[in-house]
Write a protein that binds this ligand. Structure first.
Ligand code: FA5
Length: 354
């Protein structure tokens, strides 16, 4: 029978086409070619009109069986292709876990942050609280509450950026001590350190910046003496610059402390003999300090007969410059990655080797 002949040829051709389809799209095209509405299998139905009524059901069944057989072949070919694709993917995406990993560029702490954290850690260990203040500060707290009334000539010691007549960029971290004392309602003890940014109209050079950092320290309690200040600063100097450091106090002047002292630390490089770091003096000036002026205590509501205290203010920029041998303060603020990357190496080696 002609129809049977055609059907078996069609089936054979379909099997060949299915096996030659090497991806999903090609297989889909084969499917449309044979099983689509206008496909070859549907085309076989055109012979129906030439058949007798008795022959028609059997022929219809044969066409359906052919359709099913091609459909089954396509499904199994689909599975084969899917497996092949998965295997190729597994092969292509294979990871060699023995290869060395790519270098991840890790950041390092900014030298100022490291210095500030080192100082914070020491004082936290001594039971101090860390208090932060406002960078935009009222004239009252920056100066007046620190015994520097409007006309006081010592205001010239700190050239300021004023925002209005009564507000300015704080010139030091001392306003935080004035604010904290005021908040404590005349009740000691107070033991705080106050790190933060400060601003002055200083012209920028290798050792001066118009923006720099300070850490303020303040202790107010009954019976605080100058020896407490000296012991505390000795500890600080040894923590920062080595266990065999000595400090010396030189008379100085700050309106908010009386007496006031500048504190020098024996040179960590030449051990006091004289070198380029200490400018041949054997000593390095590191901070200003003194006993809190009774006026400051009284203005904040503390009884200066009952309470006494000490305060100090240091510049982490200068400390970090000394510690790491940095010759220009402006390196801290220009965000040059080549400069900052050097501190990654310091971090890897550990603090003691700096
Ligand atoms: C003060 O600012 C006082 N408030 C410190 C103080 C606090 C004294 C409490 C007594 C009691 P002075 O102006 O000296 O003091 O500044 C303190 C430190 O800030 C200096 O030792 C120095 O390290 C740093 N410093 C001052 N000006 C600059 C600047 N332009 N650039 C970088 N660091 C500076």
């Amino acid at each position: 029978m002609v129809q049977n002949e055609e059907m078996s040829q069609l089936k054979q051709q379909a099997l060949v086409d299915i096996n030659e389809a090497h991806d999903a799209q090609a297989l889909q095209n084969v499917k449309v070619k044979y099983l689509g509405k206008k496909g070859s299998v549907s085309g076989l139905m055109k012979h129906m009109k030439d058949l007798s009524n008795e022959e028609k059901p059997a022929y219809g069944q044969q066409v359906n069986a052919l359709r099913q057989a091609i459909q089954d072949e396509i499904v199994s070919r689909e599975e084969v292709l899917a497996n092949e694709q998965l295997e190729a993917q597994l092969r292509d995406e294979k990871i060699d876990v023995t290869l060395p990993s790519r270098q991840i560029a890790l950041g390092a702490k900014h030298p100022l942050t490291r210095t500030i954290e080192e100082i914070e850690d020491l004082f936290l260990g001594l039971g101090y609280e860390i208090v932060e203040g406002y960078e935009v500060e009222q004239d009252h707290y920056n100066f007046e509450a620190l015994n520097l009334p409007k006309s006081h000539p010592a205001r010239d010691m700190q050239d300021s950026f004023y925002i209005t007549e009564e507000t300015l960029m704080r010139t030091h971290t001392s306003p935080v001590q004035a604010r904290t004392l005021e908040q404590r309602n005349g009740q000691g003890p107070v033991k705080i350190i106050c790190p933060g940014k400060v601003y002055r109209r200083d012209s920028d050079d290798a050792t001066h910046s118009h923006q720099f950092t300070q850490i303020e320290g303040l202790v107010v309690a009954e019976d605080i003496k100058m020896s407490d200040l000296k012991g505390t600063l000795e500890l600080l100097a040894r923590e920062l610059f080595g266990a065999d450091r000595e400090i010396r106090l030189r008379p100085s002047y700050f309106p908010f402390t009386e007496p006031s002292v500048e504190v020098d630390v024996s040179c960590f490089k030449c051990k006091g003999k004289g070198c380029n770091v200490c400018k041949q003096t054997g000593w390095i000036e590191v901070l200003g300090s003194g006993m809190v002026h009774p006026n400051v205590l009284e203005m904040a509501g503390f009884d200066s007969q009952r309470y006494s205290g000490f305060a100090f203010g240091l510049g982490p920029d200068r400390i970090a410059m000394l510690k790491y041998g940095i010759e220009d303060i402006r390196h801290f603020y220009t965000s040059d990655v080549r400069f900052l990357e050097q501190f990654k190496a310091v971090e890897d080696r550990g603090e003691e080797e700096c």
